[in-house]
Write a protein that binds this ligand. Sequence first.
Ligand SMILES: Nc1ncnc2c1ncn2[C@@H]1O[C@H](COP(=O)(O)OP(=O)(O)OP(=O)(O)O)[C@@H](O)[C@H]1O
Ligand SMILES: [Mg+2]
Length: 717
Amino acid sequence: MAAVTEFRSSSPQKPASGLAAQTTAPLQSMQSAVSQLVDPREPLTLMLEGLSRALGYRRAVVALYDPARGALRGTVGLNVPAALVESIEIPLDETESPLVIALREGVPLRVDDIGAESRLRDHALTLLLEMDISSFAVVPLRSSSEQFDLATWQGRDVPAVGVVILSKDETITDSDVERLMPFAVQAGTALVRASDVERLKDSSEQHAVEKEWLFWMINGFADPVVLTDANNDIILQNLRAETLFKSNPDDSEGKHRAIWMNNFLFTAALSKAKLDQNPAGRSAGDLMLVDPIEGTELLFEMRTLPATNYFNGARGTVCVLTNITDLRYATEQVTQNIHRLQTAQEEIRLERDRLNLVLRSVPNPIILLDVANQPILMNHEALRLFQASALDSHSSRRAQVCITNEARFTSFVSQLRLDPAQGMSGEIMLTDPDASEVLSMQVTSTEVRDDLGTVAATVSVMQDVSRLRELERRRIEQILFDSEKLAATGRLAASIAHEINNPLVAIKNSLYLLSNKMAADDPNAKFLQIATKETDRVSRILKQMLGFYRPPRMESTDINRLIEESEGLIEKHMRAHRVKVENNLDPRLPPVITAADQIKQVLLNLMINAQQAMPEGGTVYVSTRAAHGADPEFLMTDSIHIQIRDTGTGIPQEHVPHIFEPFFSTKEAKGTGLGLWVSQGIVQAHGGSIKLRSREGRGTTFNVALPIGGPTQHGER
Ligand SMILES: Nc1ncnc2c1ncn2[C@@H]1O[C@H](COP(=O)(O)OP(=O)(O)OP(=O)(O)O)[C@@H](O)[C@H]1O
Ligand SMILES: [Mg+2]
């Protein structure tokens, strides 16, 4: 019986035994196995065979009492067709039937000729004839010594009872009937055995069915379930537990060892669990095992529950192991992630603090706008300009200024966004809400893009350029004033020069005539030479000054051609002083409105100066280029630039502020010191400017910028 009820049985050391294999077979096959084992007809058939052999009966039928039908029913037969046997049904209320009488009286009796037997009903008569039975003996089968009493059996278990019908080829005698008496007792025993088998069959079937359900119940979950005895040896386990604890002879050495280890760990954990159990005998704890196939560690939560077998009083423990390997791993991961998140949050907090500190300490207003132009972040200075404080009432002047400032700023940023070609910077006018001053703000905006390259926000930094603009305005005013002064001085000098020039020509002519008349060895000739040399010098000064005076003729000038003409004029002179001229002239240089003669004078002055700065000879580099749009260095739009560069002595730092002054020269008698003064006057009169860069010992570069459209602001002299 134990083998049948066990769903899996093994101990850690011993291999499984019992009917384990059958538990996996279908229910039907199990039932058939049970019925083969315990066929209730077998003892009765054996009995009939024994009777036939010993007493020479040819045919026999056993009819047993069926309480459900209240009749004797054919159960097994010997040498009669089974179909006829099963058709026999004689109700017990046929009290006159010899079969019922034999059963009731408990003694065998004899019917010599069934044809003459009026107590047999038609149904029984026909069947017996068909079985080829014309005379018979009937022997009662009573499994108990109880009196045959239908009334007392009513409603409770009826003991197995019935009759055996026996027939011979020859006539049955009284002595035959007497000899049947001991067999009636023997047959009763056979019947008891048969009914036991019947009961056994019933209970085996029930066990098999229960066992099948138990199998599904215990294996329906992926968790290993184990039942251990009082010695912690495994009595039963489900399939999942077998993979951990049960080894087979053909398992690899490694798997074998892993399973041995698992049994060891399990027994140890179980012993500990028994110590830790709560008053109800339950316990829970972790158990680390090895996966015998993968070789990986498996973590289980082991829950135990005490069990008692009330059939034999044995004590055991049910252990349910829940695999929490993944759960534990997931928990660890979650813990780690939380930790990482906390660290990241801390970093973000620090980062934000640093950012706030930077924003707070920057004096420039900084504003971060989202794509809908809503402010995300403003530093203190920006808040001052754009956000009225809670103390300001909405209609207060300060609040109004802030609203206007914000409207101007957001529309300005929108404009910048709409026209990216303009670059992301520009100037706007705001009002200081506290001082009511107009502020000129240089705004530089940068688009902040997310990982996908989409614009997420715009950060704008503002610089108050009001003071800068004011200084610039003053500087320009000064320049204008200076150039006006210069022009006035120039005009005065030129008119004096003009007045002096005519008498000077007369003096020069007179000196020429006088020197022709004078003898070569005249001791006064040297005074005449001095007078001639000095008048030449005065004449040179006048020539420079007259540059201002000549009424200028403004015309469209090809500056590149003008440069080449000027170079042609001094070509011989340059060659004599071993100075080369190298040009790099922009072929797309636009024509410029100039007084060409005056500009030619400027070019000649600069080129001669360059040559004079290179007494050992060298190269003068001349280049031109056009500059369209605003030129912040020269403060003009659409201009051309002429650059004249030498590799000569350079100008000492302390001379730089003076070289444009009239009569400043380092060339003693050879120079008048008017070249640059006159040149600057001419260039400024054209609305242009002249600048220089020089390094002592390395060389000097002069840069002349002229507006393409000619003088506009300064007008003509
Ligand atoms: N390219 C140059 N390299 C070095 N120094 C220069 C250069 N150009 C001008 N200077 C310095 O500037 C001074 C003033 O020059 P500016 O042309 O006005 O007068 P100058 O050359 O001395 O006399 P002038 O031009 O009447 O012959 C020069 O004496 C010289 O010291
Ligand atoms: Mg000069």
